[in-house]
Design a binder for this molecule. Structure first.
Ligand SMILES: C[S@@+](CC[C@H](N)C(=O)[O-])C[C@H]1O[C@@H](n2cnc3c(N)ncnc32)[C@H](O)[C@@H]1O
Length: 199
């Protein structure tokens, strides 16, 4: 259980308080339940990088931040999430390790959210989360498409206050089948073939 006083004492990222608390609690419960003591988190779009301390404090996570801009925070990878160089630099940092939690919060247009999911989703083993699944048209559209296309996944919308919400689904990338590598080589494609639900 998250220590509320500790949580409240920390500087908030660009999130609605209740929503962010619910999301971190959800992730903590999930990773404890799945015996992942030190998950690897990749966040696309870090802004001032204020999520990072929460991931460290409450999930004991390693955090890799990607951002196209370093005006407000210092991303581990400075670059456009759509560029091949960004993906290659992430792969270098991952050193074949899976992402445990992918948080998509960069450009909120439908096309780019979709591309971020298709690029980084197949590298993710446990949770894919999107910010603003209810309040931003492009994110909402892609989220709804995912819901309809993947009835086998478990979808949750967390802390939906005033239209803002973080949506997450649980998944696992296939390992050792060669499918994920083939997916990477193709540079995208049908993500739902590369992901399966966790049971
Ligand atoms: C809403 S802010 C992220 C907020 C942050 N996740 C938080 O919770 O505090 C969106 C960020 O995405 C970055 N961004 C926008 N388009 C991007 C792209 N194509 N690739 C990488 N970062 C992008 C912006 O520079 C900005 O910092």
């Amino acid at each position: 259980m998250i220590n509320v006083a500790q949580f409240m004492a920390m500087q908030m990222p660009c999130q609605v308080y209740v929503e962010w608390f619910g999301f971190i609690q959800f992730c903590q419960d999930y990773f404890i339940g799945h015996n992942v003591p030190s998950p690897l988190v990749v966040e696309i779009g870090i802004h001032a990088n204020l999520q990072r301390p929460f991931y460290k404090q409450f999930l004991n996570a390693t955090h890799i931040g990607i951002d196209i801009d370093n005006k407000y925070g210092e991303p581990d990878i400075l670059g456009d999430s759509r560029s091949k160089t960004t993906l290659m630099r992430l792969q270098q940092l991952l050193q074949s390790r899976d992402i445990d939690l992918l948080f998509i919060d960069g450009n909120h247009s439908y096309e780019i959210v979709k591309q971020d999911y298709e690029t980084y989703g197949p590298l993710t083993r446990h949770i894919v989360a999107f910010h603003d699944t209810l309040s931003w048209r492009g994110v909402k559209r892609f989220w709804n498409e995912l819901l309809l296309a993947n009835p086998e996944y478990e979808f949750v919308n967390l802390g939906a206050t005033g239209g803002a919400a973080t949506g997450a689904h649980r998944c696992a990338a296939r390992r050792g089948t060669g499918r994920r590598d083939a997916h990477r080589r193709r540079g995208g494609g049908k993500v739902r073939r590369a992901l399966r639900p966790l049971r």
